[in-house]
Design a protein around this ligand. Structure first.
Ligand code: NAD
Length: 467
């Protein structure tokens, strides 16, 4: 068990009550860390505010070098961070698990070293000169969830720093250890105060949101908490990036080979045990191939090993926490009670937070597992006959993060993808993200984007110099 009494700005965190973090695979305590007090929060924001003057004055080249140093630090400590992540989050080391997450975080950091915020000229002639500059915002408050804690921390922190801001990050109290270690390591390559961390939950989050010296918030989490963040930020008119919940639909057309797409559909849905914002959460399959797609998914699911994340064999682990476990169990029970067919899984065996991979046929709108975000290893499979009906049902919810079309006809796939009401539409894949491509939600799935030059610009304000 580790004592993660680390900080903030390289100094010692005082902290309040100790939070114990448990391994979801075993229930064992894997570390303790102090919950931030109001005084800790004030110290962190003050450090970030003080550091802003000099950090924002560094050159783009210096900040690009810092992104490279961050990537190298992640790579040097990759195995240590992956082990810690598995122990606190539950995800396996292998598959799309902890090693993948740490590798992705390093790749995102390196990408941010490669992009620029160039001055754009509106005019520069005998009549005058008008230049558009991108300036850092100030202190950024980052609030992260428990599903991809290290990757999302890097998604927030690195572009914010690259643009010249300083950051106070608040990880989920369920998975703070990997972020605390990350911040500790990054403080070895960053000046003091540039990146600080406060741990806590419902009590400290709103204080960070409302803090007078925090100029922008980047929040990844549920839609309901996102609304509270937006309300809390209103008084200070703070800039916001909100990456919220999703309930992505995939539509499978009758022209596909079910066995050829089963693996892609499966991992689209079950990546990180379904605890992924842009996971496939509702699968609409044409009536003609409905049973064949169900059978191909069942066959693929039988090849997937679930168990303790620290075992090298497993590619899926437990659900991260008891609240989420109960939510998924209740949704599956309700679907079963309303006549859905459980093709595989459905009933947890034994103690602990292991919920089996669950495929639910004959699911329908009106069931919570279809209408709400399950965020766990259970996929409802719905039937359709008419593509217009499928598109209307896919767009029928207030979510709009991702969506996908599966077809052999790429022209038709593109036309249908354009009609999905979501920030990212995939064709014959689901959930692929890249550091150079903007990602964000529409409707209740978010405001703004991350990644790419567009994501970097969200950490800036525009200043026009007109002469
Ligand atoms: P959550 O909303 O419960 O918590 C997210 C963070 O907000 C945590 O750090 C939490 O402590 C903090 N928080 C709680 N109450 C707060 C308040 N009043 N003010 C400020 N902060 C507060 O979300 P979660 O359960 O940790 O994560 C799962 C959710 O995140 C899912 O809905 C998932 O879809 C979403 N998510 C979205 C994306 C995306 O990019 N769109 C990515 C990952 C996860």
């Amino acid at each position: 068990m580790g004592d993660h009494r680390v900080t903030t700005d390289g100094g010692a965190a005082q902290g309040g009550r100790l939070i114990s973090i448990r391994n979801p695979s075993t229930g064992e305590v894997v570390g303790v860390c102090p919950a931030a007090t109001v005084a800790d929060l004030e110290a962190a924001v003050a450090a970030a505010k003080a550091a802003f003057a000099s950090w924002s004055a560094t050159s783009p080249a210096e900040r690009q070098a810092a992104c490279v140093a961050i990537a190298e630090t992640l790579e040097r400590h990759a195995e240590e961070l992956a082990q810690l992540l598995t122990r606190e989050q539950g995800k396996p080391l292998n598959g799309l698990g902890s090693r993948f997450e740490v590798g992705g975080a390093a790749a995102w950091a390196r990408y941010n070293a490669s992009i620029d915020l160039p001055v754009k000229m509106v005019r520069d002639d005998a009549e005058g000169r008008i230049a558009i500059h991108r300036k850092p915002v100030g202190v950024v408050g980052s609030i992260t969830p428990w599903n991809w804690p290290l990757m999302i921390a890097v998604w927030h922190v690195v572009p914010a720093l690259r643009a010249g801001n300083t950051v106070v990050i608040k990880p989920s109290p369920l998975t703070p250890l990997s972020t605390l270690r990350l911040v500790e390591l990054l403080n070895q390559v960053l000046p003091p105060g540039v990146l600080t961390c406060v741990v806590g939950g419902d009590e400290i989050g709103p204080l960070l949101v409302a803090h007078r010296d925090v100029a922008k918030l980047v929040f990844t989490g549920s839609t309901s908490t996102g609304r509270k963040v937006m309300a809390g930020a209103a008084e200070g008119l703070k800039r916001l990036t909100l990456e919220l919940g999703g309930n992505d639909a995939a539509i499978v057309l009758p022209d596909v080979d079910p066995s050829a797409i089963a693996e892609g559909l499966f991992w689209g849905a079950f990546v990180n045990n379904g605890q992924t914002c842009a996971a496939l959460k509702r699968l609409y399959v044409h009536d003609d191939i409905y049973e064949a797609v169900c059978a191909a998914l069942v066959a693929y699911a039988a090849t997937v090993k679930t168990g303790d994340g620290l075992s090298e064999d497993n590619v899926l682990g437990p659900v991260q926490n008891a609240m989420q476990f109960a939510k998924v169990r209740d949704m599956v029970d309700q679907a079963r009670a309303r006549g859905a067919r459980i093709l595989v899984g459905g009933t947890p065996q034994g103690e602990g937070l292991f919920f089996p991979v669950t495929l639910i046929a004959d699911a329908a709108e009106g069931m919570d597992i279809v209408d709400l975000e399950q965020f766990g290893p259970a996929l409802p499979i719905l039937r359709y006959r008419d593509i217009e009906d499928a598109i209307a049902r896919a767009n029928g919810l207030d979510f709009g993060l991702g969506g996908s079309i599966w077809t052999a006809d790429l022209a038709l796939g593109r036309a249908l993808a354009a009609r999905l009401e979501c920030g990212t539409a995939w064709i014959n894949k689901h959930g692929a993200l890249r550091p150079d491509t903007p990602f964000g939600g529409v409707k209740s799935s978010g405001i703004g984007v991350e990644f790419g030059p567009q994501g970097l610009e969200e950490y800036t304000t525009i200043q026009v110099v007109h002469e």
